[in-house]
Design a protein around this ligand. Structure first.
Ligand code: GDD
Ligand code: MG
Length: 365
């Protein structure tokens, strides 16, 4: 395994609000939501650790307290330093804010990770490419079918980045299917050049600025597993892929059809399958069927209920004979017997939906 001399540091950007995952992110920041049994951030930290990173700066802002509480008690075999912005400084501002915590030399490579991306990318290979090409910044790129929600990164034939188009709005801007996959290697001195004390977007300001100057920015295309866990459906897919072993993580040593944490009771005739992940002290009652879903701690799934591709928040109670598919049930919500909640439905925390109040089935008349 690669263990670069001097290159031991990384910055993990975890300060975003995770708006698209509301209501789950009202109480818990996105990287701290449980995915395949542990907070999502643990998958990223342990992958970085296994690639030889020995020190990570967690760049926090939104709900920094939740990270602090977790990291204080966690032993992940890597030094973790928490840097908290008083006001969110954006992606570039957060990297600049982490600078005083970095001990690397000016020419050393520093890894930067977006905190919501699940990937099997060869981190060591990325750093090797960065050093072999003597790049100022190296970007990890992946092809996607619809690149509009991302940063587009066209390359020339030598692998040099020629533009950075964040969230293109016109057809003319869609010049490639290669997107910024949310992991970079920066020469440390490039971080010094980001302005401090004000919000900066690395995507809209820093990268275009470097390209307009004479910096060498290169791209590494990796066609392996990649997923941004920004939406509820992507979130359940990421968790499912980790549980099943389709996405690699040192924090999931034994992939299988499901993952059930301690203290949970699954009725003998209930089924938990399809890469579902069940937290602690959950009750899955008689005849219930849970497929490809994430059930947070202390939730209850009533007898005969079917849960597909959904997220059930902590302490939520699903009554009996419900059908929940592609939905997000907030923490502590109560869903009465027989409800049917289909794709796109989001129930806010502590909502109380009485029995049979919502029906979206095709046979409603
Ligand atoms: N500390 C800190 N402070 N972190 C932040 C801030 C901030 O003010 N704003 C965002 N972040 C973190 C988020 O928590 C996330 O981990 C990361 O920075 C990227 O922000 P997102 O809000 O998730 O951006 P995005 O998904 O719309 O787009 C980004 O990721 C795409 C790949 O998933 C961009 O980097 C795109 O270019 C890229 O294609
Ligand atoms: Mg994102």
């Amino acid at each position: 395994m690669w263990q670069a001399e001097g290159m031991t540091e990384a910055v993990l950007l975890v300060g975003g609000q995770g708006t698209r995952l509301r209501p789950l992110t009202i109480n818990t920041p996105k990287p701290m939501l449980p995915v395949a049994g542990v907070p999502f951030t643990v998958h990223q930290i342990t992958r970085a650790r296994d690639a030889g990173v020995t020190r990570i700066i967690l760049a926090t802002s939104y709900r920094a307290d939740v990270f602090r509480e977790f990291i204080d008690d966690a032993d992940l075999g890597i030094e973790i330093v928490i840097a908290t912005e008083d006001e969110p400084l954006g992606t570039g501002g957060a990297i600049r804010h982490a600078l005083p915590h970095l001990t690397s030399g000016p020419d050393d490579p520093v890894l930067i990770f977006n905190g919501d991306v699940l990937t099997g990318v060869d981190i060591a290979g990325l750093v090797r490419h960065h050093e072999a090409t003597n790049s100022d910044v190296t970007l990890y790129l992946t092809p996607v079918e619809d690149p509009r929600a991302y940063g587009l990164v066209p390359l020339d034939e030598s692998g040099r980045v020629i533009a950075f188009l964040e969230k293109p709005t016109t057809l003319e801007e869609i010049v490639t299917d290669l997107i910024n996959a949310g992991c970079y290697v920066f020469r440390k001195s490039v971080i010094d050049s980001i302005p401090s004390g004000r919000p900066v977007s690395v995507e809209r300001e820093t990268f275009p600025g470097l390209l307009a100057g004479d910096s060498l920015v290169t791209g590494v295309v990796d066609r392996g597993y990649w997923l941004d866990l920004g939406t509820p459906l992507a979130f359940v897919q990421g968790s499912r892929d980790l549980v099943l072993g389709a996405a690699p993580s040192p924090a999931v040593p034994n992939p299988g059809p499901s993952l059930v944490l301690g203290g949970s009771q699954i009725a003998p005739d209930a089924t938990v399958t399809g890469g579902s992940s069940v937290g602690r002290n959950v009750e899955v009652r008689a005849g219930a069927y849970v497929d490809g879903s994430v059930i947070f701690d202390s939730a209850v799934i009533g007898s005969g209920s079917r849960i597909y591709n959904s997220i059930v928040g902590a302490g939520a109670v699903i009554g009996s004979n419900c059908c929940i598919e592609g939905a997000v049930i907030g923490d502590g919500a109560m869903i009465g017997d027989g409800n049917e909640l289909l794709t796109g439905v989001r129930v806010w925390p502590d909502t109380n939906l009485a029995a049979l109040t919502v029906r979206f089935s095709s046979d409603r008349t």
